[in-house]
Design a protein around this ligand. Structure first.
Ligand code: SAH
Length: 350
């Protein structure tokens, strides 16, 4: 049986019309559903009684539930969301740095991941399956509820949980349409970011989709030799082709891209690599996020990584700033709740 998260206003209106009800009820029903973070009380709705019965018979309230909730001292909350169709994914709520009444949500797009990036926990047990759009919306609602329970507002969503969103793009785009639909309470597209390992065809499809969300690109190295050591996908799309696609995305959408760069000791942290990064990005306007490596134990290859010493990371940052890039360290959050991608699920599976 489908749940409310499997509908948008149009598809619910169609169902209602087919059953002889006013399609206009669809917007009211989904507004209440999203406005209350998925906690819908049909009895409180002023709709015809038979419609209430029909909704109960035909649409489940939810298709997922929170199996585990880890709250960190810094306000980060990590949820393990169990899906009715099987499997579990991680969703994380993070306090925003400047405004404490706002929170950012991080959602997963797949169960497991096929990319094999050596420093990432999400890929350690391989790929299980794509999430459907409803399962992504479910996570957003759990995060919204978690935020409102702590007097915060879920203000942004990033697709930086488990999985590679560009390899599940139709579902990711449909989920974005549902959560950003102006007819129901939700999150503006300006406040949504899709993060990719560098699937060039996906970047181009998203650029052409008209969704105009933000793009984050996990570059992690300025040269192919280094990048191929940690990111197997680099064999398919190299650094130059990813940078070109990022340029195109910016040209089409007008959005300033985020370049993500996980800092790994002795691997991608030299001054030469910082200068090379500046060079390959050329005049591109970009925000560069340096992410100190969050330890996950041995990677897929068995290699063990470390974050570089602070001094070296600061030097790297300075070179980027001297070149007039907007560059920052991503504040490490929720260290005490296994908040790196894929860590909570692994700790439960193993
Ligand atoms: N598949 C998408 C989303 C992944 S997670 C992508 O590759 O962008 C979001 C970011 O966290 C990515 O930049 C990813 O490379 C980074 N990341 C994953 N594991 C990490 C770890 N252990 N320490 C620091 N950053 C990590």
């Amino acid at each position: 049986m489908p749940a409310f998260t499997d509908f948008n206003v149009d598809s619910l209106a169609e169902l209602l019309a087919a059953e002889g009800y006013r399609p206009a009820h669809a917007q009211a029903i989904l507004s209440l559903f999203h406005g209350q973070c998925g906690m819908i009380d049909l009895d409180k709705m002023s709709i015809p009684k038979p419609l209430r019965t029909l909704l109960r018979e035909r649409i489940a309230e939810r298709r997922s539930r929170v199996l585990l909730r880890n709250a960190s001292r810094d306000g980060t909350v990590k949820l393990l969301v169990g899906l009715q169709s099987g499997g579990a994914v991680e969703s994380v709520l993070m306090p925003t740095v400047v405004r404490s009444e706002r929170a950012a949500g991080c959602v997963s797009s797949q169960i497991g991941c096929a990319m094999g990036c050596d420093f990432c926990a999400s890929t350690k047990n391989g790929f299980e399956r794509n999430l459907d759009a409803g399962e992504i919306v479910e996570q957003v609602l759990h995060l919204g509820k978690e935020a409102s329970d702590s007097q915060r507002r879920l203000a942004t969503i990033v697709f930086m949980g488990m999985g590679e969103p560009m390899l599940n793009l139709p579902n990711v785009m449909e989920a974005i349409r549902r959560i950003s639909d102006r007819r129901t309470p939700g999150i503006s597209r300006r406040s949504i970011t899709v993060s990719t390992v560098g699937i060039v065809t996906g970047i181009d499809t998203l650029a052409d989709s008209g969704l105009n969300v933000h793009l984050a690109v996990s570059l992690h190295a300025p040269d192919d030799a280094t990048r191929a050591k940690i990111i197997p996908m680099n064999r398919r799309w190299d650094v130059a082709s990813i940078v070109e696609a990022t340029h195109r995305y910016q040209g089409i959408t007008g959005r300033v891209p985020v370049i993500e760069y996980t800092m790994l000791d002795g691997l991608n942290d030299t001054e030469d690599q910082a200068h090379l990064l500046v060079k390959i990005l050329g005049g591109m306007r970009a925000h560069i996020n340096l992410i100190p490596y969050n330890s996950i134990g041995p990677g897929v290859s068995g290699a063990v990584y470390q974050a570089p010493p602070m001094e070296r990371m600061e030097k790297f940052l300075q070179i980027l700033r001297d070149a007039k890039f907007s560059a920052h360290f991503r504040v490490t959050r929720g260290d005490d709740v296994n908040a790196a991608c894929g860590q909570l699920r692994l700790s439960v599976l193993s």
